[in-house]
Design a protein around this ligand. Structure first.
Ligand SMILES: Cc1cc2nc3c(=O)[nH]c(=O)nc-3n(C[C@H](O)[C@H](O)[C@H](O)COP(=O)(O)OP(=O)(O)OC[C@H]3O[C@@H](n4cnc5c(N)ncnc54)[C@H](O)[C@@H]3O)c2cc1C
Length: 597
């Protein structure tokens, strides 16, 4: 069976040494999050994931979900109990305000826990994950009554949440959506239409399911400007808060899909279901964006999570599997062959995954911290900068971490040779499960367009300029530190490539938008490579600071520094290739006539 150990120690290095969490104890919820408390919380979370979630990953994949003749859905054996253990542990409301039953802790901790959950069992983790997204949307846009009605139950885990955007004819282009909402005259609406691919749309884990549904009110304008958001519970809620009669929403069928078999992906039929508007009329996309942005970051974390668990299993295998001899002479002469980890090509593969995982985790922590500052700081300037970063980093975290998360799951599978292709080793499942993260929550091509088309130019380029200034200042401050030379020079070069690419878009994309479209994915990856390079430089600085410590710390810091140097030498140079691709423009890409494809 595949192994998994949550990387608590690595997270604590980030929270203690790289982005010291205690420096932020002026923010609401942070004073309670001392490093000791955080470590204890994460150790508990790790235990749940390693001992309860992970053992159900493969069985859930094999068994999948079943739709019963009455339209109910049964999840794989053990999922309900595991979900109940998650809810009982208070994980759902970790960062939800205390007035709604949560613990009010930094949302950063939630992002970290999402990694552990998604590594141990992605399909299972999506049930609470979607609920947390729905909670976030209701917290921002729900009425007081909606918050009182739904939030405590959702935070407790008694009710789960979903997001319903996609329809058969529209996924990316939501402006075409047809689901309609007709006023009932009593403040509620009758919602009718078909939604497809709805994750956790129906299941047996909770007593009620709270659907957040995009629909068009009769007579509303066409396109995205006529879409509203509605809360549509599976069971109507009585005055006293108890679960009442069944609403007109049901699961028509389940999709048979490539991965995440333990998660129910449903066709949802709305037949005059009663729903209540959330936020303003025709501003539904705006309200749904709260959930979508939360979900995009969470999906980025899913990419990292699959990369991490696949890596851990590849390392265990590479230390164990005996094939061939080391190029520099036998390393296990008492055995018939050396373990494959002696081979440079195997080490190159493993190190490229490890170097990504540690940098991506730092990026998630940095982004999570910015999210908390954006939502909780009383300093307006600080809030604005953090919010700018969130906007800028969301498509990068979603797109880059999931593209590379999938690539890394494939690389880790490769370490097993033919055995990686055989289901019982579990590597095939990591590859299959990782694939969806590149697609849902906005396919990655759309994330790249969001970054280049919307985020770069927003507020006169304020966010990207702040990023350039921050990384540039870091390079300058550490320019004379010999111990960081292997980090600063490549980072400076990568930053230069990113600045040139940004400038090239400014000069060439306005008049010719195809130039932006053709270069967007390369730009998103160029950005991700530099952002992770910055993370490595910061980690290297922190690791240098701790090298003198005893108790095995020095060896761990050396390992950090070596992994970081691998990133700088082997992965950072990609920025030059990306820049070269971007600046060729769109001419060749767009010249081929459609019939020539
Ligand atoms: C397992 C699973 C779970 C899901 N869960 C949910 C859920 O819970 N709720 C929900 O609402 N939806 C869910 N989805 C739907 C998912 O979010 C959509 O599939 C996704 O947004 C893409 O929409 P689409 O499939 O219609 O593809 P399309 O929009 O048809 O896109 C097809 C391809 O064209 C590209 N493309 C489209 N437009 C452009 C453009 N303007 N520029 C460049 N490229 C473009 C896209 O990048 C994509 O590669 C889920 C899907 C799956 C498979």
């Amino acid at each position: 069976m595949p192994v998994y150990k949550a990387p608590v120690e690595d997270v604590m290095f980030l929270l203690n040494d790289v982005f010291p969490i205690e420096r932020h104890n002026n923010l609401p919820g942070f004073a309670d999050a001392t490093t000791d408390v955080v470590e204890a919380i994460l150790a508990e979370g790790a235990k749940l994931c390693e001992e309860v979630f992970a053992p159900l990953n493969r069985t859930g994949d094999i068994e999948g979900c079943t739709r019963n003749p009455d339209g109910s859905v049964t999840t794989p054996k053990g999922f309900k109990q595991a979900y109940e253990a998650y809810a009982a542990g208070g994980w759902m409301g970790l960062s939800v305000p205390e007035e709604f039953g949560g613990q009010g802790l930094p949302s950063l901790l939630n992002s970290i826990m999402q990694e552990f959950v998604s590594s141990s069992n992605l399909a299972l983790g999506m049930y609470p994950g979607l609920t947390q997204g729905a909670i976030a949307a209701l917290l921002v846009h729900g009425t007081e009554e909606q918050k009182r009605t739904y939030l405590p139950k959702m935070v407790e885990g008694a009710w789960t949440g979903t997001m319903n955007l996609t329809e058969p004819h529209c996924g990316t282009d939501l402006g075409m959506l047809k689901t309609k909402a007709v006023p009932n005259g009593d403040g509620s609406y009758a919602i009718s239409g078909t939604k497809i691919f709805i994750s956790a749309g129906e299941h047996d884990m909770a007593e009620n399911i709270v659907h957040l549904v995009l629909a068009r009110i009769e007579g509303a304008p066409a396109g995205t400007k006529g879409i509203s958001l509605f809360v549509v519970p599976k069971f109507l809620v009585n005055q006293d808060g108890s679960v009442g009669e069944r609403n007109g929403v049901s699961c028509g069928s389940l999709e048979h899909k490539m991965g995440i078999h333990g998660n129910s992906t449903c066709v949802m039929n709305y037949d005059g279901a009663r729903g209540w508007i959330v936020g303003q009329e025709n501003r539904g996309l705006n309200a749904m964006f709260v959930m979508m942005n939360e979900a995009r970051l969470a999906v980025g974390v899913q990419g990292l999570a699959q990369s991490e668990v696949a890596y851990q299993n590849a390392v265990a295998y590479a230390k164990d599997r005996l094939q061939g001899r080391s190029l520099t002479g036998a390393k296990s002469p008492d055995k018939p062959a050396d373990p494959i980890i002696v081979h440079p090509d195997v080490r190159r593969t493993l190190l490229s995954i490890k170097a990504f995982n540690e940098a991506a985790r730092a990026l998630v922590v940095w982004t999570g911290l910015n999210s908390d500052i954006a939502h909780r700081s009383s300093d307006e300037t600080e809030r604005l900068t953090a919010d700018d970063y969130m906007g800028l980093m969301t498509p990068v975290v979603k797109g880059v971490l999931t593209d590379l998360g999938f690539d890394n799951a494939v690389k880790a599978q490769q370490m097993f040779g033919g055995h990686g292709y055989i289901e019982e080793w579990g590597m095939s499942q990591f590859v299959r499960d990782a694939r969806i993260a590149m697609i849902y929550e906005g396919a990655n091509g759309i994330q790249a367009m969001d970054l280049v088309g919307r985020k770069l130019g927003k507020d006169g380029g304020r966010a990207i300029m702040t990023f350039f200034n921050e990384v540039g200042a870091f390079c300058q401050e550490n320019a004379n530190d010999e111990s960081l030379a292997a980090f600063i020079a490549p980072l400076q070069q990568g930053l230069g490539h990113l600045q040139q690419a940004t400038m090239w878009f400014m000069q060439n994309a306005m008049a010719k938008p195809d130039n932006a479209g053709a270069g967007a994915t390369d730009y998103m990856h160029l950005f991700g490579t530099v952002a992770m390079g910055y993370m490595w430089a910061k980690m290297a600085k922190a690791a240098q600071g701790r090298k003198a410590e005893g108790n095995g710390v020095a060896a761990k810091m050396d390992a950090k520094l070596l992994t970081g140097r691998f990133y700088m030498e082997r992965m950072m140079p990609e920025t030059g290739t990306r820049l070269a691709r971007i600046t060729t423009g769109a001419d060749t890409t767009m010249a081929l006539p459609v019939e020539a494809f």
